[in-house]
Design a protein around this ligand. Sequence first.
Ligand SMILES: Cc1cc2nc3c(=O)[nH]c(=O)nc-3n(C[C@H](O)[C@H](O)[C@H](O)COP(=O)(O)OP(=O)(O)OC[C@H]3O[C@@H](n4cnc5c(N)ncnc54)[C@H](O)[C@@H]3O)c2cc1C
Length: 320
Amino acid sequence: MPGTLIIAETVEGAVAPLSFELLAAARSLVDQGGGSVSALVAGDESLAQPLFEHGADAVYLAPAGSLVSGYAETGVAAALAACEAAGAEVVLMGQTSLGRDLAPLMAFRLNTAVAMDCLSLELQEGRLRATRSCYGGNANAEVTWRGETQIATLKLKAWDALEPDTSRNGSVVPVEAAGEQRVRVISTEAAEATGVRLEDAEVVVSGGRGLGDPSAFSMMEELSELLGGATGASRAACDLGWYPPSQQVGLTGKTVTPNLYIAVGISGASQHMAGMSGSKNIIAINRDPDANMVQVARFAVIEDYKKVVPALIDAIKGLD
Ligand SMILES: Cc1cc2nc3c(=O)[nH]c(=O)nc-3n(C[C@H](O)[C@H](O)[C@H](O)COP(=O)(O)OP(=O)(O)OC[C@H]3O[C@@H](n4cnc5c(N)ncnc54)[C@H](O)[C@@H]3O)c2cc1C
């Protein structure tokens, strides 16, 4: 297989962590089928080294600002140029606002298809086979491509980045980005964030409809703060207005992969599991011993959370 290209993204001038997840996915394909891994990034040359260290063999450098959310029409020219120069048959990008726009644009120009929000990838007889969630998370679909170039966006946190290897390096090749931008972004607004970001937290305490009361989320926040983590919620709790939708975990919310996920009053519907099943350890606090979350948890406390969580908070405070 000649090559795999990833579209790297940046945040505040540095390579965004999702780029390293894309490189890990690309390297696993190259390990199966051979070829090389290229990365396209927009910005200055200093961005290349972290990409090499995480698995890129070559880096294509587009002008700064040409691969950002809302400006996919500018970036598509650079992406197509890098794809051709790298001889890439597989193009991977994140299921981000940039990826959601850029992947279909590229697919249209290359007369091929795109599989969005993929959970896993493998090669079969040199061709890509991707697994993605369907029917609202109740089933998985396996898809292949008819077109020559196989384009996929990957679910964030579905791949672990490789350990950086500082001895790796490669070639840096500039590419032009001259797409015609017809969309004008009038303004952007950063979501309000305090404390640890849900996606980066090593401990997540999530509350569900079983809390029965929005004020109980302050208890979840107290517990997560004591553990140095972040607070999440099920969609049912968010839909009830009990917690901000930005903190929703699941298929239509955030994907988290903490060391410890504490699910309080959450039944464990497949759509919720889709966002947290990569957690290393799950603790379920639930009244129902048959709840799915209890079945998949490493530890479960079958009890009313009102008895368990305050006692847990007191016990942790007592450790000081
Ligand atoms: C297309 C689609 C996308 C979706 N996306 C998402 C998503 O991204 N994220 C998501 O979370 N859901 C999502 N859902 C909704 C999902 O199907 C479930 O409805 C939702 O996850 C249920 O939330 P819950 O577990 O908080 O509530 P419930 O299913 O009502 O579970 C409440 C749990 O609390 C327990 N409980 C009750 N009282 C107590 C108590 N006092 N102490 C301890 N335990 C108690 C109960 O035993 C029960 O297990 C989606 C659904 C669809 C159709």
